[in-house]
Design a binder for this molecule. Structure first.
Ligand code: SAH
Length: 215
């Protein structure tokens, strides 16, 4: 039996997002439209709308829907922004950000996932304003900087300096910071040359690799 993706998607938005306090109407609409099943490997598709991360290969996961929604909401996007995502993975969060902003640059360090993310985005019809690039996102991606918003989908011991440097003023950055096992989600707001930080929740992400990850 082929699952009814529309119904699963609507239920996910109502129970997991709206039911837990996601209020940004644009985030709710985007996640109600983007076919998340296209970003999950074919054999795990029945788990596409589950309330948990799903394995996407190479030891990586597509984040839990609620976490993708919360991060997108914290960025307070209006549609005009250039956004950097570190850790494209499946490409799903990049698709969500692409629906909320003008343009997304998504960096991915695992080469086969770069291709997979591109394919997923194209199949879902979401590739037009999302560029997936191969590289260590701990260095940001200087070519298209500055970014009005930056979303980091892997946990770091500290906020990488390059990301703070490539963040526009005004700008917002969301990143899990802490130990390998447990982190706090930090929201950094840059405005008038000053930075403020908030922690909306605790979280558990896969570790950031590369120069800004753990030794
Ligand atoms: N946003 C993704 C979640 C992917 S999980 C989604 O919606 O599917 C985190 C991703 O970060 C993994 O794919 C991992 O390979 C990638 N990653 C880890 N360290 C990285 C780094 N230094 N630069 C770029 N990507 C990195």
């Amino acid at each position: 039996m082929i699952p009814d993706w529309e119904t699963e998607r609507r239920t996910m938005v109502e129970r997991q997002l709206r039911g837990r306090g996601i209020r940004d109407a644009r985030v709710l609409r985007a996640m109600g439209e983007i076919p998340r099943e296209e970003f999950v490997p074919p054999d795990l598709r029945v788990m596409a709308y589950g309330d948990a991360p799903v394995q996407i290969g190479w030891g990586q996961t597509i984040s839990q829907p609620y976490m993708t929604a919360l991060m997108a909401q914290e960025l307070e996007l209006t549609g005009a922004e250039t956004v950097l995502e570190v850790g494209a993975g499946s490409g799903y969060a990049a698709a969500v950000l692409g629906a909320l902003a003008a343009r997304v640059v998504a960096v991915e360090i695992v080469e086969p996932l770069v291709r997979q993310a591109r394919n997923n985005l194209d199949r879902a019809g979401r590739g037009a304003n999302v560029t997936v690039v191969d590289g260590d996102g701990g260095f940001g991606f200087a070519e298209f900087a500055p970014y009005d918003a930056i979303s980091v989908a892997a946990a770091a011991p500290e906020i990488p300096a390059a990301l703070l440097a490539q963040l526009n003023d005004p700008g917002r950055l969301v990143i899990p910071v802490g130990s390998r096992d447990d982190q706090e989600l930090r929201v950094v707001t840059k405005r008038g040359g000053r930075m403020e930080q908030r922690v909306p929740t605790l979280c558990q992400f896969v570790p950031l690799r590369g120069a800004e990850g753990w030794r």
